[in-house]
Design a protein around this ligand. Sequence first.
Ligand SMILES: [Zn+2]
Length: 953
Amino acid sequence: MQKHTNARQTSARITFRSIAFCLFFISYGLLAQKAMPADNEKIPLDKAVRTGKLPNGFTYYIRRNLKPEGRVSLYLANKVGAIQEDEDQLGAAHFLEHMNFNGTVNFPKNELVDYLQKIGVSFGADLNAMTTFDATIYQLPIPTDNPEFIKKGLTIMHDWAQGASLETDEINAERGIILEEMRSRDNVMQRTMMQYTPVVLNQSKYASRWPIGTEESIKKMTPEAIRRFHHDWYRPNLQALVVVGDINVDEMEKQIRKQFSDLKNPVNERSAEVDKVKLAGKNNFISITDKEADGTMIMVVVKTPEIVVRTIADYKETFKRQIFNDIMSDRYNVVSLNDNLQFIGATVNISPFLGKIDLLSGMVALKPGQYEDGFKAMWREHEIAKRFGFTENEIKTSKKSILDGLALALIEKSNAQSSGYVDEYVRVFLTDEAAAGIVKENEISIAAVNEITQADMHEFIKRMMSDTNRDIIITSAEKYKDVLPNQAAVESWMQEVAKEDLKPYNDKKDNRPLMAKKPSPGKVKSTKSIASLSITELTLSNGLKVILKPTKYRNDQIVINGFGPGGTSIYSDADFESAANATELISGAGVGEFSKIDISKISMANQMGINPIIDENYQELMGSCITSSLEKQLQLIHLYMAKPKLDTNYYANWVDRTKAELAEPSNSPQSSSNDTIISVFHNYNPRFKTATIEDLKKININRAFEIYKERFGNARNFTFVIIGSFNPKTITPLLETYLGSLPSLPNKDSIVNLNIHPAPGKITKMVYKGNGNLSNVTMIFSGKYSYGVKNNMQLIALKSILDYKLTERLREIESGVYSPSVSVNYSKIPNNDYSVFISFSCSPDNYERLIAATLDEVKKLKDNGALLTDIEKFHEESMRHHQIMLKENYFWMSYITRSYKNGDNLENILEYEKNIKNIQANNIKEAANTFLSGDNLIKVILLPENYATKSNK
Ligand SMILES: [Zn+2]
């Protein structure tokens, strides 16, 4: 659902199409964001972790941690992945991962997922698993308030370790789901990546072991091949159990020793050692075109051996990378503001790749017809960094931001979440990475960061920007096939840049304060408090309201959201584009005396930030900061509201870049289908559609500036919600100074009701696009809504129940869909409307059958209501989720904001658990009949282009 909500909010704004920076897609972040100990010595493991190995080789890591309370995370890590597959087993590691949810010794068939949902564990969000090239990881967070849950949890881990049933019928039934999973991932990004990865990996074994397998290998996979994989590789000497949470460590260790000692290693066991990718010292080139690709991109990648942080020296190397990534990203941000920018976007970054290889990847998205100029503009930044290194000030700034992050980790030590620890210990097992504990890591890290010199960084850059093991990858839309540069051309451009007379990067130190002089403060005029929720509401003398909720959920985090009614709703269609793009154009130019780059540097240095937006009905300022930056954060808010600036150069540059982006309509089937959904759903209202060059022409920069000032210039419009680790006594004078001093008008604005509703009636739209074998189905039920506690909870419950039913039916019974999704929206202001979105991807040959199956499940809910067991799952899952959410600052931020916008009683939340429990089978029957009547039903169906001739529906 998130997908559609976002589309709705941003569809009207002209934004950059995301450039397919695919390399990161397969880097799973094995690189820890952590600190270091003594040069080449292995850093010892944190003493707070209990670890051990059973005689059969089974390893465990146990740690008591109370964030969150009443929960424990159990992870089973296997040093086994696609790389261990034989030729007849391509995709078997991942297939087997699925089979562990389809029948084990103690949980036949689908009983595992069923049991877990009943104790409040959600499938997907909590319970999950993943298979990579080198590892298979199963994750299970469970409640600990009943000792039976922990006992069962360990039984599940034991079943996963060696107890998969692997029945032939079940394997055959899962085959379709895996093919659907493969289909759902078949997009231009994936196809492109699968072509260049083997080249980058010098055709090593990794190149032919894509974890999902191939269509042919999945169709042909025999149950025997899967059983053989299980027998060979699911063995205790390749497995570890990681347990972190609200548990007794001694007791847990006893249980593990008792229960996991019976796991057996196979006789004549095979070696799990794999050849790593060889750095062949050669340079590869590949040029890939695809009918569904947009634009042209050139990537230059340099291979380097991976770094796993085990010693102080590794830490130091990791921080050099971080400094490199930081500074280069800053430099590209500055370059992208140049007049006459010659490319659409560019980045460079060092990150983990595959097969024990890390990559430095420089990427540039090119403007049509400007390949040489665009590439050279990107490469010039490489050359400047390589020739002159980084400046003292750049390095100092980057180091400070790293050290600030380290200091914050220390402050929040007592709030470190169990999920973070489990991930860390899984890496310790899989890669032998160091995990010294937060305090020790901090010491090591600080020392390591401080030791890095300007000369070290220059040596590092020269080493990383090597000319060998350097590959060039071009990806492009099919139609540019004949005009793309070849290897010799790109290499000659590099050589030409290397000979250019270049100047070192000019980085001036900026010591200006955000505000040289404090504004004259306003006053708190009235105070109201809601003691049951520790919330205070202040009204300042200029009419601005502040809602304060001090919390201790984090030690050093304050989240802030200021909002006011109006948004783009106030403006005519003629002004709409100016209004919708006003924040991008005005705040993009900076505020007060500062450019956007200055602001982002100041924000980074002070660990704060604020982001203004104007949407349909509201203008908002959202951000967060650490406690000590609160004053500066409020100054920044003051500037965004009172001191916007007009920069016509920035505007011209932005228009130019966006034009290049929008020059051609996207070739992606997915975006065509999304465009249709947005347009149809909003009845073709011009405010809800993908931007075009024509829309760009409607922007008037002076009008956009006026609109920005209107939206943010009247303090009386605004309510600020401030939540987190602040002192309620000392915050008042700051609020009076920076928010109370903002100018205001005598009256408050209100939202203008433009009467935009979901399109009524029954509508079916076919979209024929793309050459793959993929269909996407979206079904939207909608109608008038009666907003209120009871209906809201019924809709939320209906979403969960429908989710269970469709997963069961479309995935498990029909084997036709990998992952159906259901989401609901409801609103009160400006209109009482609701919508229920159902969407899934499937084979184009099955869409009619699957739509019928969906409607059949809807009918069952309307006729019979929900099953008791589904109601039970809903109760447990929502309660567990709610208990965790109540300890999050961000949850409270969105709850309080929404309540104020809708005029809801804030104390409703005290009844939330009771309202969950009140939902019974008949409520679902009532909800299904009300909300899924089908009187208003939109269907948008994406099919491949060649289906257009097959049918004329
Ligand atoms: Zn899967």
